[in-house]
Write a protein that binds this ligand. Structure first.
Ligand code: FES
Ligand code: FES
Length: 161
């Protein structure tokens, strides 16, 4: 089947999508967007989190055919600039600076989820951060560095004019 979808602000047409194909597969294998990670493919880990019409969703649980006419934003699309590489989003910067990235498999999903949290709540408490990220699993960091990253990103975003 053919799917037309907006991905990171660009209108895209994707051909030969098969019936059981996931949005995650389409992004990674057809669109050259490997940021969203495939860790469990069961909606359990959050590594594949993307925005779908502005709401975080597990791309592994969304059929590619379901995104027809909709808008997807991936971790690559959070950076500002024409190529998406000009300037990292403060959440992306904060993850790098605080050491919240180890193997990095969980990182794209955590960044999208944290980005959404800060958009909704500019000054989240630690409890609110933990609740927002409860569906995103990390095997490496022990989560403290991730909390540091979200706190730092929230402070920086709040300080922006
Ligand atoms: S790969 Fe989608 S939730 Fe784990
Ligand atoms: S950094 Fe390795 S799973 Fe989180």
């Amino acid at each position: 089947m053919r799917v037309t979808v907006t991905i990171n602000g660009s209108a895209e047409t994707v051909d030969d999508v098969w019936e059981g194909e996931s949005l995650l597969y389409m992004l990674r294998e057809r669109m050259g967007l490997p940021g969203s990670k495939n860790a469990c493919e069961q909606g359990e880990c959050g590594s594949c989190t993307v925005y779908l019409d502005g709401i975080p969703a597990c791309a592994c649980l969304v059929a590619a055919g379901q995104v027809e006419g909709r808008e997807v934003r991936t971790v690559e699309g959070l950076a500002e600039g024409p190529s998406g590489e000009e300037r990292l989003d403060p959440v992306q910067e904060a993850f790098v600076e605080t050491g919240a990235v180890q193997c990095g498999f969980c990182t794209p999903g955590l960044i999208v989820q944290a980005h959404d949290l800060i958009e909704r709540n500019a000054t989240p408490s630690d409890a609110e951060i933990r609740e927002a990220l409860a569906g995103n699993l990390c095997r490496c960091t022990g989560y403290e560095k991730i909390l540091d990253a979200v706190r730092l990103a929230a402070r920086r975003k709040a300080a922006r004019p």
